[in-house]
Design a protein around this ligand. Structure first.
Ligand code: 13P
Length: 288
């Protein structure tokens, strides 16, 4: 199956009161683990690529070609979107060129007028090519790949202005944070989420920072209009822990070193477990 945009996927999720997971990829093993889990569970899935991860994988074209080939060779039939995560203005154009099916333009650090102007331009470009566009208002807290957000809550009126430009889906800060949540975190701001949803109407919403948000909060956010949830750190932590354990157990080739395929296998299994758990919570299993 060819890559799809977020449009149909997230509209269906929004109507069906579930969310599609965006899982960020960093290499071939992560990509394969996520695709295989989505296929096994008959769930739609979004592969997220940060600009840093794109660079690490040698560029967006390598990523797009790898994902497309993998979908074909693994016989993946569930809907898969390849989505730029927190794209810069320049990064968006590079991913459009490289063959991504969806992009996020993160203009949240610009003044609202500049965010509107750039988002509007990208809406037109994406519409011509049948790609989906995620926009952001109110930065997400924490740091991700060098992008630091202070975590302010989005202004519902600004959300409406951006939503009305014709974007596909809106990421709005509601007290969510990338990475681990600090012990003194006071939770998602459902009052803000409700106000935003009221102003933007049918527009599906995105919840970033999906790692470590309690299940009841995730479910409440979905009931209030969240149709896409991003998860990155939890896969990283699970991968790291499984790999560390494997090395500590000393499963090398009798002192000759580690076979890279065996070394990475426990991490892949750990990622599959996280993806499955998240898909269960998000309610996307069987929705492909
Ligand atoms: P976490 O790293 O907190 O899971 O957030 C991922 C994310 O929001 C990617 O945009």
């Amino acid at each position: 199956m060819a890559l799809v945009s977020l449009k149909v996927m997230c509209e269906k999720a929004s109507k069906g009161k579930y969310a599609v997971g965006q899982f960020n990829i960093n290499n071939l093993e992560w990509t394969k683990s996520i695709l295989q889990t989505a296929q096994e569970l008959k769930s739609p899935v979004i592969l997220g690529v940060s600009e840093g991860a794109g660079k690490y994988m040698t560029g967006f074209k390598t990523v797009a070609d790898m994902v497309k080939a993998m979908i074909e060779e693994l016989n993946i039939t569930v809907p898969v979107a390849l989505h730029l995560d927190h794209g810069t203005y320049e990064g968006c154009y590079k991913c459009i060129e490289a063959g991504f099916s969806s992009i996020m333009f993160d203009g949240s650090h610009f003044a609202i007028d500049e965010n509107i102007e750039k988002t509007k331009e990208l809406v037109a470009v994406c519409a011509k090519k049948g790609l989906s566009l995620e926009a952001e208002v109110g930065s997400i807290g924490g740091e991700e790949d060098g992008v630091v957000g202070l975590g302010e809550c989005a202004d519902p009126d600004e959300c409406k202005k951006i939503a009305d430009l014709g974007i596909t889906i809106l990421a709005a800060g509601i007290g969510n944070i990338h990475g681990k949540y600090p012990a003194n975190w006071t939770g998602l701001r459902f009052d803000v989420l409700e106000k935003i949803k009221k102003t933007v109407g049918d527009m599906p919403l995105v919840l970033h920072g999906g790692t470590g948000i309690p299940t009841d909060m995730i479910k409440k956010a979905i009931s209030l209009g969240v149709a896409k949830i991003n998860v990155n750190t939890e896969c990283q932590l699970a991968f790291q822990e499984a790999t560390r354990k494997y090395i500590e157990e000393g499963k090398d080739l009798q002192g000759k070193g580690f076979d890279p395929r065996k070394l990475l296998a426990p991490g892949c299994e750990a990622i599959k477990k996280v993806v499955k758990e998240k898909m269960e919570i998000f309610g996307s299993i069987g929705k492909a």
